[in-house]
Design a protein around this ligand. Structure first.
Ligand code: NAD
Length: 482
């Protein structure tokens, strides 16, 4: 029987009041590896009340002390890197070498970053004259309701923990139902060093625990990372109670390659930017590849040759490059997009529908799939597939490439590949995305203000400015000195 991991409420390890549990599956072989409580309304209420109570004293803890606590937590999480990476690989299907271990290292970086900048939650003075002292304070908001997805579950959840702690808020965080185990471990580490109720971690389904958290009257701020569809519901819930909301949502990010960048470095960067080694399950995946017509075929020849060398299989095997899709639902969804692409008049250069027999059929494995001669108005070019599927679209005129790149309701990330400085920066400035990378395809680093344009989100996280804007509120105090 799989072990049951408890939720964290008010510093205590607890079961769901309703008694239900959710099976956590290893998507690489579909075995049940653990169970977590199926949190509901009553658990959300208990956690939010605990967070509201804890806020009364937590808000007065000096910022530097909050930062020091985060630095201690970072050391402890770092000491558990291997165990955490293994847990993440097991629950997500992400390969340990290429994804799970780097995710845990990135998590430690995030905690350290916010531990370091906690003291920067400072205000300003306003020069109203010698007889008036006018100053602003950056005050915490109160109980934050955080909700995170499964694709990078530990770093995305810990980001909300670190920003809340650094800013002096308390947090009720709902983990993703598919991958809560690594985050539960981080929360347990936090609980050893933070007062009870400052960080609470719930497990449960979105429509139950997530929705209850979004509408709870004592939650003063919502911070959501996930799909645009659910983001819309969260924004409605925030509107009903007029609470601030940050939304980190989906994407269908363009990668524009100019003719001079037809080289191995760019192909490698496109593969990294598409997050093939996370099975394409990344909000920032550069999944629309705009290739100049003059290099279209030769670039794709190199791309497919390199993708063929990726080793797909057991996430715990150190030689594996690419693991499995998270669950049956997402696997079926990715397959339905591939089927849709196969019905179009483009070419499939690599991949396609997953094998129905053999070792890969034991789990939710999908091979890297490359569609060529795609039109930007096809469904596979417009909707977020969240799988290892890239679509290649030819262009001839720079303005046309930018127009197609911007012809999307998303605007999260973008990639520009050229050594021509003018073209690179012109394009970077013209693209409607919150983050443009030139000649690289890396993931987010703490310190960058990260967030989306258009329906990819509202607000910025990951940085000091993001934390100040999204996790504090500004109070102005005016004192008559006469
Ligand atoms: P999702 O929106 O289905 O779920 C995200 C979280 O919301 C989960 O914890 C889920 O339980 C919860 N949820 C679902 N329905 C809810 C409801 N009605 N009320 C409250 N909570 C609810 O997304 P997913 O499938 O878990 O993750 C993939 C999506 O997340 C993709 O669209 C991806 O682009 C996006 N994402 C965005 C970022 C970013 O930083 N912009 C990062 C990672 C993932």
């Amino acid at each position: 029987m799989a072990s049951v991991s408890a939720m964290l409420i008010d510093g205590q390890a607890v079961e769901a009041q309703g008694g239900g549990v959710i099976d956590i599956e290893n998507p690489a072989d579909r075995s049940v590896i653990a169970q977590v409580p199926r949190g509901g309304d009553a658990d959300v209420d208990r956690a939010v009340r605990a967070a509201a109570k804890a806020f009364e004293s937590w808000r007065t803890v000096p910022a530097l002390q909050r930062g020091r606590l985060l630095l201690t937590i970072a050391d402890l999480v770092e000491a558990e890197t291997e165990a955490l990476a293994r847990t993440v690989a097991l629950e997500t299907g992400n390969a340990i070498r290429t994804q799970a271990r780097p995710e845990v290292r990135g998590t430690v970086d995030v905690i350290r970053y916010f531990g370091g900048v906690a003291g920067e939650t400072k205000g300003e003075t306003v020069p109203l004259g010698e007889h008036v002292l006018c100053y602003t304070r950056r005050e915490p908001i109160g109980v934050v309701g955080g909700i995170v997805p499964w694709n990078a579950p530990v770093v995305l959840g810990t980001l909300k923990i670190a920003m809340s702690v650094a800013a002096g808020n308390t947090l009720v965080l709902k983990a993703a139902e598919d991958a809560p185990l690594g985050l539960l471990r981080v929360a347990q580490i936090c609980a050893r060093h933070l007062p009870p109720g400052v960080i609470n971690l719930l497990t449960g389904y979105g429509e139950e625990a997530g929705a209850a958290l979004a509408r709870h009257p004592l939650v003063r701020k919502l911070s959501f990372t996930g799909s645009t569809e659910v983001g819309r519901l969260i924004m409605h819930a925030a509107a009903d109670r007029i609470v601030p909301v940050s939304l980190e949502l989906g994407g269908k990010s363009p990668a524009i390659v100019f003719p001079d960048a037809n080289d191995d470095k760019t192909v490698d960067g496109v593969i990294t930017g598409m997050r093939f080694t996370r099975q394409g399950q990344s909000c920032t995946a550069g999944s629309r590849l705009f290739l100049h017509r003059s290099i279209f075929d030769s670039f794709l020849d190199t791309l497919t040759a390199k993708l063929r060398t990726l080793k797909i299989g057991d996430p715990l095997d150190e030689t594996t490059d690419m693991g499995s899709i998270i669950n049956r639902k997402q696997f079926d969804r990715v397959c339905s997009y591939i089927e849709d692409g196969l019905r179009q008049p483009g070419r499939v250069l690599l991949g396609g529908l997953p094998p129905k027999a053999g070792p890969l059929a034991q789990g939710y494995f999908v091979e890297p799939t490359v569609f060529a001669d795609v039109r930007n108005d096809w469904r596979i070019a417009r909707e977020e597939i969240f799988g290892p599927v890239i679509v290649a679209i030819p262009w001839e005129d720079e303005a046309d490439a930018v127009r197609m790149a911007n012809d999307s309701h998303y605007g999260l990330a973008a990639y520009v590949w050229t050594n021509h400085l003018g073209k690179a920066l012109r394009t970077a400035h013209a693209i409607e995305s919150g983050w443009v990378q030139v000649n690289q395809g890396l993931g987010q680093f703490p310190g960058q203000s990260y967030g989306g344009y258009k329906q990819s989100g509202i607000g910025r996280e990951y940085s000091l400015e993001g934390m100040l804007d999204s996790f504090t509120q500004r109070k102005c105090v005016t004192v008559n000195l006469m």
